[in-house]
Design a protein around this ligand. Structure first.
Ligand SMILES: Cc1cc2nc3c(=O)[nH]c(=O)nc-3n(C[C@H](O)[C@H](O)[C@H](O)COP(=O)(O)OP(=O)(O)OC[C@H]3O[C@@H](n4cnc5c(N)ncnc54)[C@H](O)[C@@H]3O)c2cc1C
Length: 581
């Protein structure tokens, strides 16, 4: 019998606060919540604070990965400003940072040369900050949470938001386990549970699947600019001694991106001659023939980069999207019973490509609001709206507001964007007065069709480039095809389950999309999930979805020009293994 047609009895577990996603935002939030409750109760005891004592409340974090950190992928250089506020002695407590940044460089890449900027642009200055594996940091923060009595539930994807009266959020439902690919329950079927909470905090990272549901239902993005995203493709390499020093940080702009595509790379030197190297491509590119994975592979063929990688070995691969829009694309951060933190609420500085510190700080501010909500037993929208005020009074506002025009200006092309960024920096963000407000345009609305005359961007017409990757070969030493790379992401999904990538109308894929865009899903997905396969019966190419390759980057949900792909959580525990990434 189809699952839809049977009544499922679900266990209900009453908690007080449920955090969705064990990323830096929610882990910092949960720890801070514990600390702030203790402080609050002490002050109430001493008569210094009004409100009621809170005591031991039930706090849970659900995570879709098999362990905390398994689905965490980042660069990463971490600005320690937030972790220091959370835990001033984080180093003494054993926080597993890898290295301290000792050298910063910015390179402009032409096809043959890497031109080093004489002065590193201030937003890219990182000396004294920490190079980390964010996956390891999260694993460690998860242990700290457990020591503090916070319940962590790995392999528990939150699949639905639960609503009460007047659309107040009352918790989440976790995904069912043991459903076969035919949609029927198998012998090991276990229904998901309903975790009920007075406050639910969504910290799902970029393009969160519940965040998307909630935003649509409650209109959290009304009056806001559309969100824009990039995808970062990363490899970890083991290098011969001396190829790239520990603590060295390089950011690049230019080759191989064209001047109308937002793109650039990072190279971070870790301990033991390990290099984190990756390439970021804006998912608001115009040419449907762009393939972000190929952009990265092409980047590695640049003579300067190939020389660094020479003699090395690629050991890990990953891909993930990030929110680039910043301040003007931030959704409403609250509604009755719910708060949004971290990347899923657009807390990322696109100019610095840094979000870890903002994710943590936004989580901590959310927790402070939650403490007051418990103290006054008020979980209403009005009370939780204090979160937005707190954000706007914090350093998050100062940092995000100053760069509010950064990504939108790149939608006009690289050179206007660089002028804009320079002016923004020199005037502390006040260049707004001189520069027109560049409204963000959602990436999927920007792609040009294959047969069009291109898109006119003032001085230039941007068109498709059919020869972009003519010279790119995958030699499996320096450059890798997607399947080889995905193998290094250690992805695993139970294949006997329904696909978690819902394509709402596959007829459009075989007809309109094939003609208009040449099925760009085959290119924008960095994990070879989407394939157009010849169907001999119908005599045409039709979509095949290899969902078990999926690395949970969410690119497809974002970049599809028809917005037909809906990424939902697969069975708990499935996905990449980014341990150490
Ligand atoms: C390629 C790349 C490079 C970056 N480099 C840097 C850098 O150098 N420095 C920097 O500061 N920032 C960097 N960032 C940004 C930084 O990684 C993010 O800002 C930060 O990780 C956001 O934290 P978060 O907690 O909001 O979300 P995430 O880190 O994405 O964590 C979200 C967690 O929630 C889980 N989850 C999601 N949905 C569900 C669900 N429905 N149910 C259960 N669990 C769920 C996920 O599995 C994941 O574990 C980079 C990002 C990328 C993609």
């Amino acid at each position: 019998m189809e699952l839809k047609t049977i009544m499922i009895e679900r266990e209900q577990i009453e908690m007080d606060v449920v955090f969705v996603g064990a990323g830096p935002a929610n882990l910092a939030a949960a720890l801070h919540l514990k600390n702030e409750i203790r402080k609050h109760d002490e002050l109430v005891d001493k008569g210094y604070k009004s409100g009621k004592k809170i005591g031991d409340i039930e706090i849970g974090i659900v995570e879709k990965g098999p362990f905390v950190g398994a689905h965490i992928m980042s660069g990463a250089v971490m600005d320690p400003i937030a972790i220091r506020e959370l835990m001033p002695d984080f180093l003494a407590q054993g926080c597993p940072v890898d290295s301290v940044v000792t050298e910063d460089e910015a390179w402009y890449m032409t096809a043959a040369r890497a031109i080093k900027a004489p002065i590193t642009p201030p937003p890219l200055k990182n000396k004294g900050k920490y190079i980390v594996s964010l996956s390891k940091i999260c694993e460690w923060l998860g242990q700290k949470c457990e020591e503090a009595g916070i319940n962590i539930f790995p392999e528990f994807p939150a699949s639905e938001v639960l609503y009460g009266d007047n659309d107040a959020v009352i918790g989440i439902r976790t995904g069912d386990k043991g459903i076969g690919k035919d949609g029927k329950p198998k012998e090991n079927f276990e229904p998901g549970v309903d975790l009920l909470a007075k406050v639910t905090v969504l910290g799902e990272g970029s393009r969160g699947s519940l965040t998307k549901q909630l935003t649509a239902r409650l209109g959290l993005n009304e009056g806001k600019e559309p969100q824009v995203f990039s995808v970062g493709i990363k490899e970890l390499w083991e290098l011969p001694e001396g190829n790239f020093d520990e603590g060295r940080v390089v950011h690049t702009l230019g080759f191989p991106s064209d001047t109308y595509t937002y793109g650039g790379a990072w190279l971070y030197g870790l301990k033991n001659n390990v290099l984190s190297i990756g390439y970021v491509t804006g998912l608001d590119y115009l040419d449907p023939l762009i393939d972000p994975h190929s952009e990265f592979q092409k980047f590695k063929t640049h003579p300067k980069i190939a020389a660094i990688l020479k003699g090395g070995k690629m050991i890990k691969y990953g891909a993930k999207t990030m929110n680039m829009g910043g301040y003007y694309t931030m959704p409403r951060l609250y509604a009755a019973g719910v708060l949004l933190v971290g990347d899923c609420a657009s807390f990322l500085n696109g100019q610095r490509i840094k979000g870890i510190h903002m994710a943590m700080k936004s989580g901590m501010l959310a927790s402070e609001v939650i403490v007051e909500a418990f103290a006054h037993e008020d979980f209403s929208e009005k009370h939780l709206s204090h979160f937005e005020e707190k954000v706007n009074l914090s350093w998050i506002y100062d940092e995000l507001f100053a760069v509010r025009n950064f990504h939108a200006s790149f939608q006009k092309g690289r050179w206007p964007a660089l002028i804009n960024s320079g002016l923004q920096y020199l005037t502390g963000g006040m260049a707004w007065g001189f520069m027109p407000h560049e409204y963000h345009i959602a990436g999927h609305e920007r792609m040009v069709t294959l047969d069009s005359d291109g898109r006119n961007l003032g001085d230039n017409t941007v068109n498709v480039d059919r020869h972009r990757y003519d010279e790119l070969k995958f030699d499996k030493e320096l450059t890798f095809d997607k399947i080889t790379d995905v193998y290094h992401a250690a992805v695993s999904h139970n294949e006997d389950q329904p696909s978690h990538l819902h394509v709402l109308d596959t007829e459009i894929c075989a007809t309109r999309c094939a003609e208009e865009y040449g099925n760009p899903c085959q290119r924008f997905c960095p994990a070879a999930v989407y394939e157009m396969e010849q169907n001999d019966k119908t005599g045409r190419k039709e979509l095949k979805v290899n969902f078990s390759n999926c690395v949970h980057c969410k690119t497809c949900d974002i970049a599809d020009p028809y917005q037909l792909i809906n990424w939902v959580t697969p069975e708990g525990g499935g996905g990449p293994n980014y341990n150490g990434m």
